[in-house]
Design a protein around this ligand. Structure first.
Ligand code: IPM
Ligand code: MG
Length: 385
């Protein structure tokens, strides 16, 4: 229970930290050039719950596709153990120290889902490992593609990944008289960089519309800034229209079969991006089919968009988890490090295994294939193609 004075102190601490962040953003250099790295180090973290099972499938596929680069010493795949909920609780840290140090030695990371204790957990407040990693490695852009070609859906979401209600999500407090307070942060600098990336993507990929999704009609300061800055950046891209959408009606329009086809690139603050991308993934076959790229200037991390599915593990079904989300994330990883050819091979094999040939189906239960069997099917398809 915070007194007013403690509350003011907390706000002061938050502002100090955010000022340091803004200063760091202002002096940050350009994106890393993967061509100059040898070896390029890919860290692989299994995570919790179904994480180790589905991550293993992607690791095998990456080893296969990158075998020449690995043999030539140009690429190194490095297993990073210890990013588990047990270790996090034991250390009382969102990411154990040695794990964070090991992650920072890599250039890109493939990460399985991690478990976050929810409000019913009574131990010390532990932040989500995901959220902490995005902040520690400054992975400011969360890019999530969703495609359903036969329904004309081809969406790319750019979710701001280090600000909004997530920036200081663990620093809320309860004040006297049962008043709970959380914080949400939007910075000019942080909005500019994510907006630029979304418009740049639109330009490079021949898209002409960027939907900016906020609730600027209600959340006036932070969402208002997000929308205003996005509109400013849009001025630098004459061929591209920035369309302002409020998150409620935009979410509704995603279920409107005719209207939803018109969306191309979406630019969203952190929380709306979190919610709407789960909804969007559902049209593609569920969150188990969707990958996510967390991109920063120095590091990038690739993962599933879903969590660690503790219920599946409790029911003994983890080996039936769908590995496709991590495999889609691996396509993005390969493309990001300039291995477009390997990315294309994996993507083509996935489209075949998931949509056209469908010799095996994963259902999450013994009625379907195991994660490992589906992984082998994808590997065989790549090898045959
Ligand atoms: C996601 C996840 C995370 C988030 C959780 C696991 C903290 O839902 O990557 O979308 O809310 O960002
Ligand atoms: Mg989510």
């Amino acid at each position: 229970m915070f007194t007013n004075q403690q509350a003011m102190q907390r706000l002061d601490e938050i502002l100090q930290k955010q000022k340091q962040r803004v200063a760091a953003m202002r002096t940050q250099g350009d994106f890393i050039d993967y061509n100059t790295l040898s070896p390029l180090i890919i860290g692989v973290c299994g995570g919790d719950g179904i994480g180790p099972v589905i991550t293993k499938v992607s690791e095998d596929v990456l080893r296969f596709l990158l075998q020449e680069d690995i043999a030539a010493g140009k690429v190194q795949l490095r297993t990073i153990d210890g990013l588990t909920i047990e270790n996090r609780i034991a250390e009382g840290a969102a990411i154990p120290k040695d794990v964070l140090a090991a992650l920072k030695e890599c250039h890109v990371i493939l990460k399985g889902p991690t478990t976050t204790p929810d409000a019913s957990y009574t131990g010390p407040n532990i932040e989500s490992a995901n959220v902490a990693m995005r902040r520690e490695l400054d992975l400011f852009a969360n890019m999530r593609p969703v495609k359903v070609p036969e329904e004309g859906i081809d969406w790319t979401f750019f979710r701001e990944n280090t600000e909004g209600s997530y920036a200081v999500g663990s620093l809320g407090f309860e004040a006297e008289d049962g008043i709970s307070v959380d914080f949400t942060i939007t910075t000019t600098e942080g909005t500019r960089r994510i907006a630029r990336l979304a418009f740049e993507y639109a330009k490079t990929n021949g898209k002409t519309r960027v939907a900016v999704v906020t609730k600027a009609n209600v959340i006036k300061e932070t969402d208002g800034k997000f929308l205003r800055i996005a509109n400013e950046i849009a001025q630098e891209y004459p061929g591209i229209t920035a369309e302002s959408w409020y998150a409620d009606i935009m979410t509704a329009k995603l279920v409107d079969e005719k209207r939803r086809r018109e969306f191309e690139v979406m630019l969203l603050p952190n929380l709306y991006g979190d919610i709407i991308t789960d909804e969007a993934a559902e049209f593609q076959g569920g969150v188990g089919t969707a990958g996510s790229a967390n991109i920063g200037k120095r590091y990038a991390m690739f993962e599933a968009i879903h969590g660690s599915a503790p219920r599946m593990v409790a029911e003994g079904r983890d080996m039936y988890a769908d590995p496709c989300s991590m495999l889609r994330a691996s396509v993005m990883l390969l493309r990001h490090i300039g291995r477009a050819d390997a990315a294309g091979r994996l993507e083509a094999a996935l489209d075949k295994c998931m949509f056209t040939e469908k010799k095996l189906a994963v259902t999450g239960r013994p009625t379907g294939a195991t994660s490992a069997a589906f992984g082998q099917y994808v590997l065989d398809t790549i090898a045959a193609g």
